[in-house]
Design a protein around this ligand. Sequence first.
Ligand code: SF4
Ligand code: SF4
Length: 242
Amino acid sequence: MGYLVPGLDVPVTKTTGGLIVLPEDHFIVRRKSWDWNKTLRVGHSACDQCSRCTELCPRYMLGHPIEPHRAMRSLGFNTNREADVAGTQFCSECNLCSYYSCPEDLDPCGVTHQNKMRLMAEKKRWSDPLFAPSRADILTTYRKTPTQRLMQRTGLDGFVNHGPLLKKQYQPNEVKIPLRQHIGAPCVPVVNLGDSVVRGQAIATRPVTDGKAALGADVHASINGTVTEVAAEYIKIAATKN
Ligand code: SF4
Ligand code: SF4
């Protein structure tokens, strides 16, 4: 899961779960660098509909109506397209199908993601999805993916760290805090250039319309310092020198 970031200048936000640093030529980095045209071109020509991506899909095994091989079919045939991709709404984007299951090294996760985003943008929902809860009892005992094999396949078995983790407080000289880190509306700055702020202080709040605050969450300063930039998407704070 997760996405590729180009460098350490990308801000850590409240939805950041963790960072994994890999060499540029690593399998995961190369696969995550594929653009949609490559996914489309290769998937269109090479998917043999073996359905292995569906057979090992954790969400499918739990009984959700997600069948990535059908989403792949939609690349080549338009006649049944919406029916083939409706289940992509249930994809968790774990990438198991793309990085492990597919014997042709195709990108069914990329295809389900693309369709999921399109269905969301078009506000289309599957009103009566067909769940099969009994599928979990039948399939999960014998079809779980072995962790060791998964690590070998994705090239992560070479990075062995027996710990312990090092606890270290990082002191940045400057922070860049995005105004949109959550579902809902982006926050509106309530500080100005040159203002002094303290850690924990609200620096941007939810927009209010007709006395009602929009869906979202306020944004707070993560360090003591001075506001050095207030932009449409972020606020920058320079740390106070001790
Ligand atoms: S596993 Fe690969 S080749 Fe098989 S159906 Fe899925 S995408 Fe196609
Ligand atoms: S990325 Fe989606 S379709 Fe692929 S295995 Fe994970 S849940 Fe299933």
